[in-house]
Design a binder for this molecule. Structure first.
Ligand code: ZN
Length: 154
């Protein structure tokens, strides 16, 4: 049975980070990029939350953790315009909008089965059209919906 303090642990972060305004559909990809199976700190995930801009949004709260600049840039491909908040002692001490880099090596692989980059981790160039982000493979130059990218597995 959940107690009151269990619930509070999910709601409140004293130190850590909150990534908010994540497009609902991209949540799982972001958890893959962050290698969720290797994270040992408490993580709270919300989805189907109401958002004026997105309709439905997701968010991730990570206790006592920060992302590297590289991780942030990789997450940004799937969370363009999301806010990245650093929480210290219960207060937001830093807030930034996530913007993908010009080239993203996020551990995802090109969906084109004939693409040479499938043997390695593919490199994608973000392409934004009507507020939707697409990924152009740097090698085969085809454009894909973010949903079509798959996690790289040896
Ligand atoms: Zn490709």
């Amino acid at each position: 049975m959940k107690t009151e303090s269990d619930n509070n642990q999910i709601k409140m972060i004293v130190n850590g980070l909150v990534i908010d305004h994540i497009p609902n559909d991209n949540l799982l990809k972001i958890l893959q990029i962050l290698r969720w199976e290797k994270i040992t700190n408490p993580v709270a995930v919300g989805f189907n939350l109401t958002s004026n801009r997105l309709g439905k949004k997701a968010l991730i709260k990570l206790d006592n953790g920060e992302l590297t600049e590289q991780q942030k840039a990789n997450v940004a491909l799937f969370a363009h315009g999301a806010t990245y908040n650093i929480i210290k002692q219960g207060n937001v001490v830093a807030k930034e909008k996530l913007v993908p880099h010009d080239e993203v090596r996020c551990g995802m692989v090109c969906p084109n089965i004939r693409c040479v980059s499938r043997m390695y981790k593919s490199v994608f160039i973000p392409h934004i059209e009507n507020d939707t982000v697409y990924a152009i493979c740097k090698y085969c130059e085809l454009q894909f919906s973010l949903n079509d990218l798959k996690e790289f597995k040896k």
